[in-house]
Ligand binder design. Structure first.
Ligand code: ADE
Length: 262
C-alpha cells in the first residue's frame, strides 16, 4: 500500500507547496498519498465554528475537541476513484500534533516516521491547530479511540508560529524524502547532517577563484584522503563553535585518532 498522510487545517491553501518540487513529484508518481482537508468541512453549525473561549480566562481562543475528533475520523473515508463509493481505510492512525509544547522533532523522529509509514498497516494524520492550541482532552480521547495507534505532540523548535501548517510542511518534507524510492541517491541521506551528530562541511563549485575569493586549496588538490580529512576537521570545529551540545552525542567509537587532536 502507498504511505498515506492526511493534513487537517482551517487554511488548506497554506499547504499548497505540497504540489511542488520533490514532494509534488512523489505525489504524482504515487510514492505517497497526501491529502489536505478543511477542518470546517466537519462543522455542523451555521457559523462553521471551530473554536471557543478558554476556561480559566486569558487571551485567544481554544480549538474544540469535538470538531477535531470528527475531522480525524472523517479522514478514514477513502474514495479510491471518484466514481466509486467511499470505503473506510483500514489502517491504524498515527496522529501528529504540531505544537510548541511538543517533543522536539529530530532527524531520528523523521526516520522512525518514515519506517512506520512504509509499513502497510499505519497512516498518519497531522492536525494543524492555531497556537493557543486544541482543547487538551482531544489527546486524552484519542489515546483510547479504537484505530488510533499513537499520538505524538511535536515541536519544530523553541519559537512560536501562528499555527501548525508550517510545522506540518516541515514534517512532511522531512519524512517524504526518506520514503522508499523518493530520493534518487540514498547515500545523500546517509551522509547528511544529523544522521551523524555533526554539522555539514562547507561546499564550493566553479569558478575556483570567484571575484578574488578562492576555494580552499585542498579541494582542488586531487588528494581524496586530504579532502576527506579537511571536511571532517571543518565539520568538527563548526559543530564545536555553533552547536557545542551536539559534540556530546558523538560516540568515542566514532572518533578517529586525528579527531582527538582537533
Ligand atoms: N505551532 C506553533 N508553533 C509551533 C512550533 N514551534 N512547532 C510546532 N508547531 C507549532
Amino acid at each position: 500500500s502507498t504511505p498515506r498522510i492526511d493534513v487537517v487545517s482551517i487554511f488548506p491553501e497554506y499547504l499548497a507547496p505540497l504540489d511542488l518540487s520533490l514532494v509534488g513529484k512523489a505525489r504524482t508518481s504515487g510514492l505517497v498519498d497526501l491529502r489536505v482537508h478543511d477542518l470546517r468541512d466537519v462543522t455542523t453549525d451555521r457559523h462553521r465554528s471551530v473554536d471557543d473561549a478558554p476556561f480559566g480566562g486569558g487571551a485567544g481562543m481554544v480549538m474544540r475537541p469535538d470538531v477535531w475528533l470528527r475531522a480525524i475520523e472523517a479522514t478514514a473515508q477513502h474514495r479510491p476513484d471518484p466514481s466509486a463509493e467511499p470505503t473506510t481505510d483500514p489502517r491504524e492512525v498515527l496522529v501528529l500534533v504540531p505544537t510548541p509544547s511538543g517533543v522536539p522533532l529530530t532527524q531520528a523522529t523523521l526516520a522512525d516516521l518514515a519506517t512506520t509509514l512504509a509499513s502497510p498497516d499505519v497512516r498518519a494524520v497531522i492536525t494543524c491547530g492555531r497556537y493557543e492550541g486544541i482543547d487538551a482532552r482531544l489527546v486524552e480521547r484519542l489515546a483510547d479511540t479504537p484505530g488510533v495507534r499513537a499520538v505524538h505532540e511535536l515541536s519544530l523548535g523553541d519559537y512560536v508560529l501562528n499555527g501548525g501548517e508550517v510545522a506540518a510542511l516541515a514534517m512532511i518534507e522531512g519524512v517524504v524524502r526518506l520514503l522508499p524510492g523518493v530520493l534518487g541517491n540514498p547515500e545523500s541521506v546517509v551522509e547528511e547532517s544529523f544522521s551523524q551528530p555533526l554539522l555539514e562541511y562547507p561546499v564550493y563549485t566553479r569558478p575556483a577563484d570567484w571575484d578574488g575569493l578562492e576555494v580552499p586549496a585542498v579541494l582542488t588538490s586531487g588528494h581524496h584522503g586530504a579532502v576527506q580529512r579537511w571536511r571532517r576537521d571543518v565539520a568538527l570545529t563548526r559543530t564545536a563553535r555553533r552547536r557545542p551540545a551536539l559534540l556530546r552525542e558523538l560516540a568515542v567509537a566514532d572518533l578517529d585518532v586525528r579527531d582527538r587532536a582537533v
